[in-house]
Design a protein around this ligand. Structure first.
Ligand code: MN
Length: 486
């Protein structure tokens, strides 16, 4: 029995917890893996996680949407929602080394399909959905890709979209980060890069995989810190990569040197499609799993996808800003800004001009950030209506707006492709983007009441249960409304 404040360390325990609080919907047998499964999950997004029985007629169930609210993720961590970023930051600052276990103690290797010994077909083994209308086909969207730095041996974890290209072949998008640089180093030597794709981990391990940390910082050690105990890992059966021993499913394989094949289109987090292009190729060497595995899929661009990226980034951006600006209080990557592009910053301004320094600092924090709105400490950065109110009443475009042209932005933002023929920028011009900052803080000095926010004394303290005597039909009895025909 898990106490409500202990972090959840297993996906299964977390799903049981959601079920016991009416946040898990079991879906009828035989839902189609093509679009129907994703459509149902999307409709329930943020309300209930979904557990599909025998999807597409396959025995293995599929689960989705079990991290689709901030409050759920805080609950999985065992902290109040207000402590979410602080807890994540603490885990990043105090990582916990993983603990290696033997194969017999690793549920993720209870069943082994050795593709080298006899050819296998990934689509016969795993229920992999096709999500969006124009997706090329089935995609693994919740796969933690783990690889070792060929130079140092230290592992990296990332989530990459993975296309099923053939029975034992996958296509993958590598953004210019750590996995990409490991592969570049291996490829320069004419060698493949051993990898593992881990599917079905607890919410905190999934969250840890998205931490914005330097190269040679093993994200699994953040998962251990969030769990408050070392993560159990096991060596893969066909290579030297270590994977979470309690995962549901592991695909072992190699990124092939000198090979590029078409990947895409695929509907991504900005709610647009990435084009079909020549991208890296993975050969599958083995698939291992539990005796009764559960497959996890993330519906692209929906809350689970957006929050997984947003929370670790927010934690990193808050730490980054507070190093230079200790009076920054909170940050939020808004959902409308696809949880990547638009950052709201709350600060206690001490001097005029500071918000513009904060805006510039935020652009340096992550290249994806395209818009920064700085607000005062009385504005809730999580509430889009409050942010708009601050812009409406504390911002003047001619003096409070910062625009920077020609910086690097997100290559997945389609507006960055507009100046180029066929919307195809050459590689060295991809992701060129303008940045916009809005100082929506009120002036430090102003005449009385001009910037005083309307407030009704006692509003927050009212106990509604104590003041409401009747509702519905009973609300009118004994008043002039009694007996009025409707
Ligand atoms: Mn990394």
């Amino acid at each position: 029995m898990t106490s409500p404040t202990a972090p959840f360390t297993s996906m299964r325990a977390w799903l049981r917890h959601l079920a016991s609080t009416d946040r898990l919907a079991a879906i009828r047998e035989g839902v189609s893996l093509q679009h129907e499964l994703a459509a149902i999950s999307k409709r329930l997004d943020g309300r209930q996680a979904t557990l599909f029985r025998r999807p597409g007629g396959q025995a293995m169930p599929v689960v989705s949407g079990f991290m689709s609210r901030r409050s759920w993720i805080a609950e999985a961590m065992g902290v109040p929602e207000s402590q979410l970023l602080a807890r994540f930051r603490l885990a990043v600052e105090h990582p916990l080394r993983s603990q290696e276990v033997v194969r017999e103690a690793a549920p993720c290797q209870q069943v082994v399909h050795d593709f080298k010994a006899s050819p296998g077909d990934i689509l016969k083994l795993l229920p992999i959905p096709t999500h969006s209308e124009h997706d090329h086909g089935p995609y693994i969207t919740a796969g933690l890709v783990i690889a070792r730095n060929p130079k140092t041996g230290i592992q990296n974890v990332s989530i990459n979209r993975i296309q099923i290209s053939g029975p034992d072949k996958l296509g993958v998008l590598l953004l210019p980060r750590h996995l990409h640089s490991f592969f570049q180093a291996a490829e320069a030597q004419g060698e493949a890069l051993d990898i593992a794709i881990v599917i079905g981990v607890d919410p905190l391990t999934a969250l840890a995989s998205q931490a914005i940390v330097p190269i040679d910082f093993d994200e699994l050690e953040i998962a251990g810190a969030l769990h408050c105990r070392p993560l159990r890992v096991v060596r893969c059966t066909s290579n030297g990569v270590h994977v979470p021993a309690d995962a549901e499913i592991v695909i072992e394989g190699r990124l092939l040197p000198g090979r590029r094949e078409p990947e895409g289109p695929f509907g991504e987090f900005p709610k647009y499609y990435s084009a079909r292009e020549e991208r890296e190729v993975i050969a599958i060497d083995a698939i291992t799993h539990r005796r009764d595995p559960i497959f996890h899929t993330i519906v692209p661009a929906e809350m689970e996808h957006l929050l997984l990226g947003a929370i670790p980034r927010e934690a990193t951006l808050l730490a980054h800003l507070q190093r230079s600006f200790p009076n920054v209080i909170d940050v939020h990557l808004s959902i409308g800004g696809v949880a990547r592009y638009h950052l709201n910053v709350q600060m206690k301004k001490k001097r005029e001009g500071e918000p513009k320094n904060v805006i510039l600092g935020a652009f340096g924090g992550h290249y994806d950030i395209k818009q920064v709105i700085v607000v005062d400490e009385d504005v809730n950065v999580h509430d889009p209506a409050e942010i708009e109110w601050a812009v409406a009443t504390r911002f003047q475009a001619d003096r409070d707006l910062v625009v920077i042209t020609g910086a690097q932005g997100s290559p997945l933002d389609p507006s960055t492709t507009v100046p180029f023929a066929d919307n195809k920028p050459p590689a060295h011009l991809q992701g060129m983007s303008a940045k916009m900052g809005l100082d929506a803080t009120k002036p430090l000095a102003s005449s009385a009441h001009v910037f005083t926010r309307v407030h009704i004394p006692g509003e927050r303290e009212i106990d509604l249960a104590a003041v409401i005597v009747a509702t519905g039909g009973a609300a009118v009895s004994g008043t002039p409304l009694d007996g009025v025909e409707v």
